[in-house]
Design a protein around this ligand. Structure first.
Ligand code: NAP
Ligand code: GDD
Length: 360
């Protein structure tokens, strides 16, 4: 605590979840600090609307929000950050989060995703910090276990990413049990938003459709269309992360919607919104297929509902619609089809997209 304010440290603050979590914690009047790693160009696009560079305070204890350079693969930078920030809560969201790419970069994936949280946990233990620790665990850890999956389902990962997350999950449990650290896992099923990275399947589809509508391209190439996922809304899932750290004791929770759909259903739903058949626009390419696949994810969030009082509000259909509308708006703004400051309801961009396609 500093001057009566809780202090939170977010790793992965430039990512999808990190940006929504930073917004949520600032709304709750936390003092927020975020770790960013060096990039050849600043990549703070998702958080630039928050006052990240407050000249008045700089990177001091009095600053409501600031970023500092550190890297999950650099233990010294992590320790320096913890020493400076003295956080009440750490949310470890930083990771190489792309499952497909983890097959191409397995070593760095394990380094960031498994050794990264170990470095934080070791620093907490060694420096005797009273901080709470949240680990961004993943439904990818369940791998080939049959759905529905809950906290007691066997974990049989199918990718270097899944293995890295399983190691971090167990390290979090171990440091809780062995050293009494408040360390908790949120086992989150897939969650998406207009801020989702462009190379995850949902956003690839919605941004791909928007590109087709405005005439940037003619089709979308995808890999395995049979896999099933339990897709929720990122903005609601970061609320669950916060609740996990406010619970009286550290524990592990599945966060999911209880609905599963395959990629074809996502294609059906999104293309249908514009009166189109996805079969006319989607190509299947082996380039996007993985050496091993997680066939079906369907989460059972009963424990989180009962203990944390958390429930998902946005389900599949609404999620598809809000993501497609956001990408249509973005591409239409880029192309000058709507004004750059256009602020219409989602239905407007969907209707305009449908009209533009009907004229082709
Ligand atoms: P994301 O958009 O890919 O964001 C990942 C964040 O981690 C980015 O800010 C990235 O920074 C940062 N990062 C990567 N390597 C780092 C390193 N070596 N040091 C410091 N920071 C590093 O992922 P997300 O969707 O927000 O997911 C957040 C977390 O939840 C991840 O750990 C992910 O594995 C986990 N998770 C996600 C889902 C999901 O469906 N979204 C489900 C379960 C679990 P740059 O901007 O510099 O790349
Ligand atoms: N990315 C991608 N690109 N996936 C494709 C494509 C494509 O062109 N075509 C088909 N897919 C399939 C993948 O093979 C997978 O079965 C499914 O679509 C979902 O892929 P992603 O959107 O990349 O997500 P993911 O399920 O592999 O991983 C996400 O969810 C995990 C939680 O279960 C990521 O956010 C992970 O970080 C997260 O832990």
């Amino acid at each position: 605590m500093y001057n009566g304010k809780k202090v939170a440290l977010i790793t992965g603050i430039t990512g999808q979840d990190g940006s929504y979590l930073a917004e949520l914690l600032r709304e709750k009047d936390y003092f927020v600090r975020g770790i960013v790693r060096r990039a050849s160009n600043p990549n703070t696009k998702r958080i630039d609307h928050l006052d990240i560079y407050d000249e008045k305070f700089g990177k001091t204890k009095d600053s409501p929000f600031y970023l500092l350079y550190a890297d999950l693969s650099d233990g010294t930078s992590i320790r320096n950050a913890l020493e400076k920030i003295e956080p009440d809560e750490i949310y470890n969201l930083g990771a190489q989060s792309h499952v497909g790419i983890s097959f191409e970069n397995p070593e760095s994936t394990l380094n960031f995703n498994a050794l990264g949280p170990l470095r934080i946990l070791e620093a907490i233990r060694d420096m005797k910090l009273p901080t709470k620790f949240y680990q961004a665990s993943s439904s990818e850890m369940f791998g080939i276990s049959a759905p529905p999956q809950n906290e007691n389902t066997p974990m049989l990962p199918q990718s270097p990413y899944g293995v890295s997350k399983l190691a971090a999950y167990h390290l979090t449990r171990l440091y809780r049990n062995a050293y009494g650290i408040f360390a908790a896992n949120g086992i989150l099923f897939n969650h998406e938003s207009p801020r989702r990275g462009l190379n995850f399947v949902t956003r690839k589809i919605t941004t791909g459709i928007a590109d087709i509508v405005v005439g940037n391209k003619e089709n979308i190439s995808l890999g395995n269309l049979e896999a099933k996922r339990d897709w929720g809304f990122s903005k609601e899932y970061v609320e669950a992360m916060w609740r996990i750290l406010q619970h009286e004791k550290p524990d592990d929770f599945v966060i999911a919607t209880r609905e599963t759909h395959d990629i074809k259903e996502f294609l059906d739903e999104s293309f249908n919104l514009l009166g189109l058949n996805w079969q006319d626009y989607v190509k299947v390419s082996d380039n996007y297929k993985r050496p091993a696949e997680v066939p079906a994810l369907l989460g059972d969030p009963s424990k989180a509902e009962k203990i944390l009082g958390w429930q998902p509000k946005t389900k599949f259909k609404d999620l598809v619609s809000l993501m497609l509308a956001a990408d249509l708006k973005l591409k239409m703004q880029e192309k000058g089809i709507v004004p750059i400051d256009s602020k219409e309801e989602d239905a407007y961009y969907l209707a305009l997209g449908k009209e533009l396609m009907s004229k082709k």
